[in-house]
Design a protein around this ligand. Structure first.
Ligand SMILES: Cc1cc2nc3c(=O)[nH]c(=O)nc-3n(C[C@H](O)[C@H](O)[C@H](O)COP(=O)(O)OP(=O)(O)OC[C@H]3O[C@@H](n4cnc5c(N)ncnc54)[C@H](O)[C@@H]3O)c2cc1C
Ligand code: FES
Length: 255
C-alpha cells in the first residue's frame, strides 16, 4: 500500500471528556485508502520538545471530504499539544502505516478494547458489517467518564461495558464480564488496548480455541523499521510492531 507524507489542516475537534478528543484533518489532495488497523505517524507542530512523530490509529477516513480522523487520549506532551492547536493549522502526517486486521468469514465476533485501543474498531466494524458479521463490543475502563463513543459503536453491534469502579456496566475488568462465561459462541476475537487486557483476552481465546488478533501499541520512535525500539517477541523471532504489526495473531505472540 502506498505510504504518503501529506500536509493536512485541522478541520475540527470534538472533545469527548477531559482527557480525550477526536481530531479531524482535511487535505487539499486526495487521501490514500486506509484499512482497519492502519495507523499514522503525526508530527506535532509548534512543539520543539516533541521531536518524534506520534503513532496514532486511524479512527475514520472520509474520501469525499479528503479527511482523516483520530481518537486521541491525552497521556503526555504530544497528545496534549495536538489537542491545543488551532483549527486551520497545518499538520504533517505519514500514513497508512502497518498491517491491518484480517477480515475472514467469521460470523460471530467479539471486539474488546480499552483506553486508546478502541480507535481502530470503527473502521473494523464497518468492514465486518459489510460481511454480515454479528458484532459484540466489550469496552473496559476505570470509570464511567472514560467510556466514550458507545453510540457510534452501537451502529454496528451490541455494546457491553465494564468499569473497575462499577459506575457503568459490569464492575471489574474486561475479562470478568459474564460474556466470557459463554465465549465459545464467538468464532473470532479482536482486541486492542493495554497489554494486560490483551494478554488476558488472548489467554482465554487460546484456551477456548478461538482465533484472536491483537493490535499492539508498543512505544515507537522511527516508525519505519530502523530503530528496533518497537519489537515484540513472536514464535518466529522478534518483529517490528511498526512494520510487521501492529496487528498480530495472538498465537504468534510470546507474551
Ligand atoms: C500503533 C499504535 C497506535 C496507537 N493508536 C493510538 C490512538 O489511536 N489514540 C491514542 O491516543 N494513542 C494511540 N497510541 C498511543 C500513542 O502513540 C501514545 O499515547 C503517544 O505516542 C504518547 O505521546 P505523548 O507525547 O502524549 O506522551 P509522552 O510524553 O511521550 O509519554 C507520556 C506517557 O505515555 C506513555 N506512552 C508513550 N507512548 C506510549 C504508547 N505507545 N503506549 C502506551 N503508553 C505510552 C509514556 O511511557 C509516558 O508514561 C498508539 C500507539 C501505537 C504504537
Ligand atoms: S519504531 Fe523504529 S523500528 Fe519500529
Amino acid at each position: 500500500m502506498m505510504k504518503r507524507i501529506q500536509d493536512f489542516t485541522i478541520k475540527s475537534y470534538c472533545r469527548l471528556n477531559t482527557t480525550s478528543y477526536i481530531i479531524t484533518f482535511q487535505s487539499g489532495q486526495p487521501i490514500e485508502p486506509v484499512l482497519p488497523g492502519h495507523f499514522a505517524e503525526i508530527k506535532v507542530p509548534d512543539a520543539p520538545d516533541v521531536f518524534l512523530r506520534r503513532p496514532i490509529s486511524l479512527l475514520d477516513a472520509d474520501y469525499s471530504e479528503k479527511s482523516l480522523s483520530f481518537y486521541i487520549k491525552v497521556v503526555g506532551k504530544g497528545t496534549r499539544k495536538l489537542g491545543e492547536l488551532q483549527t486551520g493549522q497545518t499538520v504533517n502526517i505519514i500514513y497508512p502505516l502497518g498491517n491491518s486486521f484480517s477480515l475472514n468469514r467469521s460470523k460471530n465476533i467479539l471486539i474488546t478494547g480499552g483506553g486508546s485501543g478502541i480507535a481502530p474498531f470503527i473502521l473494523l466494524a464497518r468492514a465486518l458489517k459489510k460481511k454480515n458479521s454479528s458484532i459484540t463490543f466489550l469496552f473496559g475502563a476505570k470509570t464511567k467518564s472514560d467510556i466514550v463513543l458507545t453510540e457510534e459503536f452501537e451502529k454496528y453491534g451490541k455494546v457491553l461495558i465494564t468499569t473497575e469502579d462499577g459506575t457503568l456496566g459490569e464492575k471489574g475488568l474486561v475479562t470478568q464480564h459474564p460474556v466470557f462465561n459463554d465465549v465459545g459462541i464467538f468464532d473470532k476475537i479482536y482486541t486492542c488496548g493495554p497489554d494486560p487486557m490483551m494478554k488476558a483476552v488472548a489467554k482465554i481465546a487460546g484456551e477456548k480455541g478461538i482465533d484472536c488478533e491483537a493490535s499492539l501499541e508498543n512505544m515507537m520512535a522511527c516508525g519505519f523499521g530502523a530503530c528496533l525500539c518497537c519489537v515484540t517477541e513472536t514464535t518466529s523471532g522478534n518483529k517490528c510492531v511498526c512494520t510487521e504489526g501492529p496487528v498480530f495473531n495472538t498465537k504468534e505472540l510470546v507474551w
